[in-house]
Design a protein. Structure first.
Length: 610
């Protein structure tokens, strides 16, 4: 089947519409609101997405001027967006980008562009990577648009992606803040205009008031966008000279540049955040810590932990960690291996002893401890917690926020708890010997104690506590279990695909698991061996990963292990014994989840390998 492009794009000259030998005169001078090339329609028919007769009918329906051909195909004839996008991608030989509200549009690229103009011409810059700019358009072959793009970004390398008209319009609404005046692009536009008007601004000393309306709205909007995108941290990084200040977000454990803010406003933005966190805006020489409780909507509030750090060039970096109020998760939803879950349930029911959850910052330790508390939170148990900050709340717990500035530390809270008749005590973190000694003493006097520690593995936690000066006999008697964990990126369930790994990849996984332990899994290399990966889709922003999955390593306090701890045995000896007793290491747990199709070996290696 062939459809003359001239008819679809405006009926130029005296050419007639041709479809399989059938022809009739076109309407001369007609300007179609949207162009779909004949090869795209041919592809849809060839793939049996739509019939030849329906294509002809759709063309006729689009001639009334009320709907463009794209809308007619999608809405009246049920052509899936993905199918039309795939056909466009094949024809234009570039990637297809569907609309996704989680897509981050570089607001810095829109500072000199009019959104009404972009909507009329249907193109939009999406992201910048060095000298490369990604541009979304409905027609990458349109030379007029290409010249406009070149004029807007002279000297840059342009890489096009094709999109549907409705998707581009939605992206523009997203960039515009859903039509509101509070979008980041609009606010930055105001600031750029101010820079041109106020040529006397000193980019080093500032000169912009932190209470200026645009600065206040910009700061609030950055927080709102970070929350909408599911970011865990916001990094604000000013630079010396006249280089723009960079705002980076961390999503699913990975940082990326979100936007740039003109250098003239870096001091004002930092000062605004310090005011929100009740910090000293005049102090720029030493680090400061604070908290912000920010209301996003009438019924939604987010708490942010703020840290400022002095950097070179007499500037200050600011890191904001988003602490959204969450409900505790059940233990069986934390992706424990069945044996580890049973062990955790067993030791959490003990009347006394100490359970430690260890790992780096942001590895889900607090979430796991609250899941354990949720399991044992009954009317018969009195549970006290000391946290900094209180991130997760649940009924039945008496939760205390530590405040080191007034002397309310973890150690002070522990002493107070012991006078308040507790059954279970949870300490947010054992940062020093004093807190560790009190926690161990409490666990030996009839209390179940839960806490966290920043160590790399379960066995290293024992060595760390002994190095702090804790008594090895007391700790050995008190220890019920040490749970180490990491968070690893999860394969997107919407674009997950199966594949047969190469022999080299299989051998690498075997080596990572441990050649001596691999035979227990009973998995040999064969033609039927299947692993999984993400193709990349709109749900995962083309990364192939969506969300995270925890990896666990549980060290149990067996009698033999306690004797090794009391004798201050080497780390290698304790690890060897733990694995003989059935402990699965972080890497091994991750590889088992790779084999189950939940993540990839590349991600396991990135977070769990030393």
């Amino acid at each position: 089947m062939t459809v003359d492009t001239d008819v679809l794009s405006g009926g130029k000259g005296n050419k007639a519409e041709r479809v399989d030998g059938f022809s009739k005169k076109g309407n001369r001078g007609t300007k179609w609101p949207y162009t779909i090339e004949q090869n795209v329609l041919d592809t849809l028919v060839y793939r049996e997405i739509i019939s030849q007769a329906d294509v002809l009918a759709a063309i006729e329906d689009s001639k009334d001027g009320n709907s463009d051909l794209e809308s007619v195909l999608l809405d009246r004839y049920g052509v899936p967006k993905e199918a039309l996008g795939s056909a466009l991608s094949e024809y234009y030989q570039c990637s297809y980008l569907p609309y996704d509200e989680r897509t981050v549009i570089d607001a810095d690229l829109l500072k000199t562009l009019n959104l009404d103009y972009l909507k009329k011409n249907l193109w939009l810059p999406i992201a910048r990577r060095g000298s490369l700019i990604d541009v979304l358009t409905n027609d990458p072959h349109d030379l007029d648009k290409a010249w406009d793009v070149r004029r807007a970004f002279p000297g840059m390398t342009i890489r096009y992606a094709v999109g549907l008209r409705r998707d581009i319009e939605q992206f523009l609404l997203l960039a515009k803040g859903q039509g509101g005046s509070g979008s980041i692009g609009t606010i930055l536009g105001e600031l750029i205009n101010d820079i041109h008007l106020e040529t006397a601004i000193d980019s080093v000393s500032g000169g912009i008031d932190e209470n200026d309306s645009a600065i206040v709205r910009l700061t609030n909007q950055v927080i709102a966008e970070a929350d909408r995108l599911g970011a865990s941290d916001i990094h604000i990084e000013p630079y010396a000279d006249r280089k723009d200040m960079v705002v980076r977000l961390r999503i699913d454990g990975t940082c990326f540049i979100y936007m740039g803010i003109p250098a003239a406003y870096r001091r004002a933005v930092v000062s605004r955040i310090k005011i929100m966190a009740n910090l000293d805006i005049a102090e720029r020489r030493k680090p400061q810590d604070g908290k912000i409780r920010h209301r996003l909507a009438k019924d939604r509030e987010v708490e942010l932990r703020v840290a400022t750090l002095p950097t070179s060039g007499q500037e200050e970096d600011v890191v904001l960690r988003l602490l959204t109020a969450k409900q505790p998760m059940p233990l069986d939803s934390l992706d424990f291996a069945p044996a580890s879950l049973q062990a955790i349930l067993a030791i959490s029911e003990k009347p006394h002893g100490i359970i430690l959850c260890v790992g780096p910052t942001g590895s889900g330790k607090t979430t796991t401890l609250h899941a354990i508390l949720k399991h044992i939170n009954t009317d018969e148990r009195k549970i006290w917690t000391a946290e900094d900050p209180v991130e997760i709340t649940q009924d039945g717990l008496r939760q205390l926020q530590v405040h080191s500035k007034i002397g309310l530390t973890f150690a002070t809270a522990m002493r107070a708890f012991l006078r308040a008749d507790p059954d279970v005590i949870m300490i947010g973190e054992m940062r020093d010997k004093e807190t560790a000694d009190i926690a161990i003493e409490a666990s030996l006097t009839g209390h179940l104690v839960l806490s966290t520690l920043h160590t790399n593995s379960a066995v290293e936690t024992v060595v760390r506590l002994l190095d702090l000066g804790c008594d090895p006999f007391n700790f050995a008697d008190a220890m019920l279990g040490v749970l180490a964990q990491r968070l690893c990126k999860r394969i997107c369930i919407r674009c997950k695909e199966a594949y047969h790994p190469s022999r080299e990849e299989y051998d690498e996984i075997v080596q990572g698991y441990g050649a001596e332990d691999w035979p227990r899994l009973g998995i040999e290399y064969c033609a039927d061996l299947i692993l999984y990966r993400g193709q990349g889709c709109e749900a995962c922003n083309r990364t192939g990963y969506k969300g995270r999955i925890p990896l666990h390593e549980l060290l149990r306090g067996s009698d033999v292990m306690k004797r090794l701890i009391q004798s201050r045995a080497r780390t290698a000896d304790m690890l060897s014994l733990a694995m003989k007793d059935g402990m699965v290491t972080l890497v091994q747990d991750g590889i088992q989840k790779v084999l189950r199709g939940e993540t990839t070996y590349l991600q396991v290696r990135a977070v769990a390998m030393k």
